[in-house]
Design a protein around this ligand. Structure first.
Ligand code: ADP
Ligand code: MG
Length: 240
């Protein structure tokens, strides 16, 4: 579904990604693990067109998307739930969610039934359902994070990029986020997941990649990585 081949990307003179290759098959959950500053967010930004790759190819459903503007990439069905809480603070929860569906209305993908999808998204995120008419800026941090995720789901995307969906959340909300990821997976949603809780991410994922200083050093089935002593020592210790 999503294929990244020999991707290089960075910021100005800072060359972050040194030629990485990642594959996210249809219906699978793939996780990208790495320390702070390894380049996980940069990878997601390069895939969704927030920054332009320096080299390499990215294909979504066999179409090249590298070099395209981010709105074009979204129209082709790639949803990005970015790190941090990027919601439209002065709009309601419902309007934020409807905006998430906008790229599919203007692109060539099936337009679907937006009101029905809105109800489905609200069922998936009950906290948002209770607050559907509330202004997004007045939600708690955790609720805003969920709104960013729910907005990505509203695209009915081919692939969702989830960048640290549990960042800064209370433990009970972290659990809820992982339950939602499992539920989306069981519905066949294809995802690339970056998570500080690497063990939990590997438990929900089918396959994993370890990113160190902008290069992939290890990859394999998630179950194998969970039991890999080097991966466990570096990424699955104590707090995870
Ligand atoms: N906007 C930016 N401008 C310059 N350097 C950046 C920018 N964003 C991130 N970086 C640098 O790129 C590297 C990778 O960062 P990032 O992709 O955010 O890592 P991760 O998400 O794995 O923690 C870091 O060295 C970081 O300082
Ligand atoms: Mg990051």
């Amino acid at each position: 579904m999503l294929k990244i081949n020999n991707l290089h990307a960075g910021y100005g003179k800072v060359h972050v990604l040194q030629g990485i290759s990642i594959e996210v098959p249809k219906g699978k959950v793939v996780t990208l693990i790495g320390s702070n500053g390894a380049g996980k967010t940069t990878t997601m930004r390069a895939i969704s067109g927030m920054i332009k790759p320096l080299a390499g190819e990215i294909t979504l459903a066999n179409q090249r998307i590298d070099g395209m503007e981010s709105n074009e990439i979204a129209k082709r069905g790639l949803a990005h739930s970015p790190e941090g809480r990027r919601v439209f603070a002065t709009m309601t929860v419902t309007d934020n969610l409807l905006l998430g569906a906008f790229p599919r209305l203007t692109g060539s993908r099936p337009k679907g039934n937006v009101p029905a999808d809105l109800e489905r998204a609200l069922e998936l995120f009950p906290r948002l359902k209770e607050r559907r008419e509330q202004l997004a800026g007045t939600l708690s941090g955790g609720e805003q994070q969920m709104l960013a995720m729910a907005r990505a789901v509203m695209l009915n995307p081919e692939v969702i990029l989830l960048d640290e969906p549990s960042m800064g959340l209370a433990p009970i909300l972290v659990e809820e986020v992982f339950k939602i990821i499992s539920r989306l997976k069981s519905e066949g949603v294809t995802m690339l997941l970056v998570e500080q809780f690497a063990a939990a991410a590997l438990n929900v994922a089918d396959y994993g990649y370890v990113l160190e200083n902008g290069s992939i050093t290890v990859h394999g089935p998630a179950k194998d990585l969970l039991h890999d002593p080097a991966v466990a020592a570096a990424y699955l210790g104590g707090s995870h």
